[in-house]
Write a protein that binds this ligand. Structure first.
Ligand SMILES: C[S@@+](CC[C@H](N)C(=O)[O-])C[C@H]1O[C@@H](n2cnc3c(N)ncnc32)[C@H](O)[C@@H]1O
Length: 208
């Protein structure tokens, strides 16, 4: 059995999704609802969309929504969730692709990355830097990320947990306006029903 140090991201995440019927709750992330509800709908792109909870919500709230994830099982489940929710096909799209090499083919009004974090290799900064080139002037980038390791995490996390200000600095988006850079707390339930209050960093930036 390979260790987390040698397993490829594609194999790690595909195994993770294929090992169970459902990994995430299926619900939209609360911070995304809080922030996106203040924006005018347009074209959105969700990076590392998992089973599609955020993308389905976006499509239900007026966005022409696209989600990308490395796991074909995750994107298949996301497409099924969209169908089950009655989202019209033309409003929602999912692609199974490795963001390390995938590039958007169209401009977006909003790029979201909810917990685009991984215990295995993920060149997150490079991915974000490349994808934000496709945000239209006046468009937004929303990042929601773990501020620390959830108490029930079972994998050694090799990534660091930046503060909101460190996240903004790491993005290096010259001329962009930082509209939100803060830590927000939420109640969460772990895989075995454990309850905890978790801190997330929430960063919203607007392209000039
Ligand atoms: C912690 S999960 C978050 C899932 C979802 N955004 C959510 O909030 O529930 C991270 C997601 O990133 C995806 N991912 C990791 N590395 C990736 C890569 N290189 N390209 C595309 N997706 C990737 C994983 O498959 C996983 O679905």
């Amino acid at each position: 059995m390979p260790t987390d140090d040698v397993i490829s991201p594609a194999d790690f995440w595909e195994d993770r999704y294929a090992s169970t019927d459902q990994v995430w709750s299926g619900r939209v992330n609360h911070a995304l609802v809080q922030v996106v509800s203040t924006l005018t709908p347009g074209r959105s792109l969700d990076l590392g969309c998992g089973e599609g909870g955020d993308v389905v919500w976006l499509a239900q709230h007026g966005w022409n929504a696209t989600g990308v994830d490395i796991s074909v099982t995750a994107t298949s489940r996301a497409a099924e969730a969209a169908k089950a929710a009655g989202v019209p096909d033309e409003r929602i799209h999912f692609h199974a692709a490795n963001l390390e090499t995938w590039s958007p083919h169209e401009p977006y009004d909003l790029v979201t990355a909810s917990f685009l974090q991984s215990p295995v290799d993920l060149p997150r900064a490079d991915i974000l830097a490349r994808v934000v080139e496709h945000v239209v002037p006046g468009g937004h980038l929303l990042i929601v990320a773990h501020a620390g390791m959830p108490p029930w995490a079972t994998h050694a996390h090799h990534h660091t947990f930046p503060t909101p200000d460190e996240e903004v600095a790491a993005l290096g988006l010259d001329g962009w306006t930082t509209e939100i850079a803060e830590v927000r707390s939420r109640e969460a339930t772990g895989p075995e029903g454990q309850r905890a209050v978790l801190d997330d960093i929430v960063v919203l930036m607007r392209r000039p």
